[in-house]
Design a protein around this ligand. Sequence first.
Ligand code: SIN
Ligand code: MN
Length: 290
Amino acid sequence: MKLTTEQREHFEREGYLFFPSLFSRDETKVLTDAVPELYSRRDICNVREKDSDSVRTNFAAHLYSAPFAKLARHPRMVDPVRDLFEEDVYMHQFKINGKMAFEGDVWQWHQDYGTWLNDDLMPTERAMNVAIFLDDVNEYNGPLMFIPGSHKRGVVDARHDVSTTSYPLWTIDNDLVRQLVQRAGGKNGGIAAPKGPAGSMILFHSCLVHASSSNLSPWDRVSVYLSLCTVSNHIRRFKRPEYIAHRDFTPIETLPDDCLLKDYPVDLPWENGMPTTATQTSVDELKVAA
Ligand code: SIN
Ligand code: MN
């Protein structure tokens, strides 16, 4: 899938691209059907909400679930990113975010590259998020919100928030968010929230400021995020465990376009459990050495 000139210009200007209904209902169903079993697992790959048992985010399913292993190699998800960067990419992070009906909590305003730089020492912004909706996303179930054009500010000030939700995040303070929204057009376009049917895809710049509010609706809002990083830009520090920030920098080889609906062999290295090294961090190693 090659991006058009118009799409490239939109991405440069706004920092994101939206592809409504890029995947069919049948393709999405293959993924959706696999989620309940993954979310039911009591292991560290599932981070639950602070105030409920609902899964907030599941990490690294592409290493132990065949449908998600195929999605991680899907040309519709990977090719536009390779196309924009003109370089091969590897999987830096893979997550299935729940945002479940009535219980899905907020994601505070943040830039992903802020975390990737501060925690993982990723050298530059040459990494990107690609998200696919597994449920219909509407104005009620906590759609992702962007501040268009905010990626052009590069890395902005952030503080490490370890208390608001169950997942630590480098977040941006309200005054700066107010300023950025004002500059992006205030009430006229200062915030964009792409909404659409299950199977829609969003691609967004790693410096684009984004957030989502809680889900008080009766509709789940499960979405999958592939964080793809150019191979030359791989992380330089293993401060976070491997199931959150991957350490295999091998370029992704894509599968054929029909891979979700047909049988293609995929490697599932963590199918029988995660290796102990995947939970270790450079901080542990330093402690051992000390
Ligand atoms: C994220 O920013 O990583 C997740 C946001 C969301 O799923 O709403
Ligand atoms: Mn994010």
